[in-house]
Design a protein around this ligand. Sequence first.
Ligand code: FAD
Length: 489
Amino acid sequence: MKIIVIGSGFGGLAAAIRLQAQGHQVTILEKRDKTGGRAYVYEQDGFVFDGGPTIITAPWLIDELFEIAGKKTSDYVELVKIDPFYNIRWEDGSIFNYNDDKENLLEQIRKIAPDEIENYKRFAKDLGEIYRVGFDLIDKPFHTVGSMLKVVPQMVKLRSDKSVYKFASKYFKNEKLREAFSFHPLLIGGNPFTSTSIYAMIHELEQKFGVWFAMGGTGALVRALSDLFQDIGGEICLETEVSEISIDEKRKANGAKLKSGEFIEADAVVSNADVAFTYLNLIPEKFRRKYTDKKVKRMTYSMSLFVIYFGTNRKYENMAHHEIIMGKRYRGLLNDIFVNKTLSEDFSLYLHRPTATDESLAPDGCDSWYVLSPVPHLGATIDWKTQAKPYRNSIINYLEKNYMPELSKHIVSEHYIDPLHFEGTLNSYLGSAFSVEPTLFQSAYLRPHNRSEDIPNLYFVGAGTHPGAGMPGVISSGKIVGNLIGRNV
Ligand SMILES: Cc1cc2nc3c(=O)[nH]c(=O)nc-3n(C[C@H](O)[C@H](O)[C@H](O)COP(=O)(O)OP(=O)(O)OC[C@H]3O[C@@H](n4cnc5c(N)ncnc54)[C@H](O)[C@@H]3O)c2cc1C
């Protein structure tokens, strides 16, 4: 079959590689001038800044893509396991140095709350069961009621209705430990106070398989997957924006209309563009019985992000590759972001210093960075045209005061993005950074399916579809669609 994949995020690349390896003729149509989607790379003043994902988990999902194409990951890109996975820092100066060395983990817990060691052991044991059930769902299509009914008893038993924070609080009394073992949903756009406790399994995933980094940055992994796809005969068209998925009178997708006016024919279409954007903008409403505009707008969406990419003309060796910087408030801040939708004066940050692992990403003696702050999506009434600059200043001042002396003096290259970037450049509904929010009622069968309910040869991959955001999730959505189309041939 001739198959079009709209978008070249990790979900689109994964689907495209699988379909091309099955023998289909696959063409990726990408709006931007480079592949990668949220993993876009900015290169300026000798610095290389990965635009989005940096924490690689479940590396075997990447290996699988090379294997099904008859190749080896190491021939295309070097993945290295990093240590520590990350530091979690609080304003009182305490640091939780997090990796997969059990003795170290227990020591870190002992430093914070010596009487909670046994609590961690019970937490880790119970997580094993959640992981076993949860991770099993990640590459299965959930497009029938039957598929959902099969897992409901296990989800009830595991109390998936509880939030990740509530789950962590069942074991830990100390607030810092509750934060350290519940913040993970934020990595995939979820509020720890409302995301289903299934997502607590990310801790187990990291413990079992580690946290990895692609030498050369995540961009090197994007290039590796793009090269792999082309090496096996796939075609990538950059700066090619789709304006409509064409559907014939038999309600089958037969190609894509481009913004340029061109038409590209296909036997099947896979959309990796944000699922809400795809429904609202690329498929005329008359063809949508299930995902009407009203239904799409009624779903809830993850937060957005404010990200500053910057280069310093000195190194800050005290900072690890990944730093999670907890602010003054945890629940209150998350409430402001997800519920009240206001821009707070305080923040919690994720700080990325890839030069801790790969010095080639900055000129000699320099560090390459990004700092990310979760902020409300565009459903809030924040005027980013006027707020972005002062918000940027307060983040840099905060880092300078607490962690990185004289930072502003040492910044020699800089670029920042706000929710308007996610909406305008990445075509994400409401400028959400992770698409559909990962709540219990928007997960598995209840999340947008990987095959359209209305158009049988139209498929969806990426963050807003099942299983959800994050590299393991979107790469798995590519696997699901590869299997669904494979079976349909
Ligand atoms: C700052 C940031 C940090 C993150 N950190 C991590 C992390 O450390 N680890 C992790 O696992 N995950 C992380 N994530 C989440 C992860 O990056 C995403 O969930 C994942 O990359 C999304 O992939 P996707 O397949 O949904 O496609 P996307 O990356 O959303 O790409 C979609 C593509 O579709 C294209 N497109 C849209 N509309 C059209 C159109 N009409 N025509 C043609 N092309 C179109 C877009 O240009 C884009 O290239 C992070 C996300 C962000 C934003």
